[in-house]
Design a protein around this ligand. Sequence first.
Ligand SMILES: Nc1ncnc2c1ncn2[C@@H]1O[C@H](COP(=O)(O)OP(=O)(O)OP(=O)(O)O)[C@@H](O)[C@H]1O
Length: 314
Amino acid sequence: MVSNAPSTTAPAVELSNVVKRFGQVQAVDGLDLTVQRAQVLALLGPNGAGKTTTVEMCEGFSSPDDGAVRVLGLDPVADAAALKPRIGVMLQGGGAYPGSRAGEMLKLVASYSANPIDPDWLLRTLGLSEAVRTPYRRLSGGQQQRLALACAIVGRPEMVFLDEPTAGMDAQAKNLVWEMIDALRRDGVAILLTTHLMDEAEQLADELVIIDHGRVLASGTPSEVTSRNVEPRLCFRAPADLDLTALQATLPAGHAVSQVTPGSYQVDGEVSPRLVAAVANWCADRDVLATELRVDKRSLEDVFLDLTGRELRG
Ligand SMILES: Nc1ncnc2c1ncn2[C@@H]1O[C@H](COP(=O)(O)OP(=O)(O)OP(=O)(O)O)[C@@H](O)[C@H]1O
């Protein structure tokens, strides 16, 4: 149950049976979600799943139609004045004056805080030193993103909301931001991030929540989500176009072998010592060298697509 009393020991974010409608669209449909202190929670979902709507309710930009939202034990709308100084919000390209310089912008945001992080240090750490005097509109997309992150954290928030924090960034900038997120967590900051990048979610998140149509489809640690929702499978490489009908006939019942790309094969069905032996023996009997015979844990992306479907969203 979500308590009404503000509390320093309350979870960083607690959503209880939250509902949000836009006309006929049920954007969020009975969502329960908890972000603990010093934890990174990644909210995953296809386009239109309800991620932004959920995060906006946490940030106090809108109210739920039903259920309760608490951030640091407070109501994000009713207690906005008390909450705002304690949270950081990274907006996608929003809230910036196009003509103002990067360094000035960050210093302005820092000036609203009682005990800000040194803006020059933050600019250096996020690789923005050379862009200090660059007007916002002239910054590259990746630099704008990093500046938005700097603005979100300069006031030493206890809880940070990051909306696709590395969208459009090159590999170097992405690493820098990942390191910063990790450092924030080590400092006890709670982070709720939305992302479409599965590697980002796996790399950073203590908890994953996959939603679609405003409902939770799966949640847990990255390894819980991948192991609970999809069986591992047997994979191997061998010369292309093996006689799969013949191989299939020797496998234990309930297994299906297929060629994923030329020379790359997978066997769907429960992995057992008998199955591994059957594949190895069949290859050996035909003098076929099976390389990279392995039991693959399926990727988070596999799980995500299995749960949310493969069709394109609007
Ligand atoms: N202000 C609004 N008015 C009407 N419908 C809205 C509004 N905001 C969101 N929606 C609808 O609510 C649903 C959830 O949208 P939301 O933006 O939360 O999804 P999302 O998971 O953030 O998607 P994306 O990954 O594309 O950013 C969608 O069907 C969207 O069209």
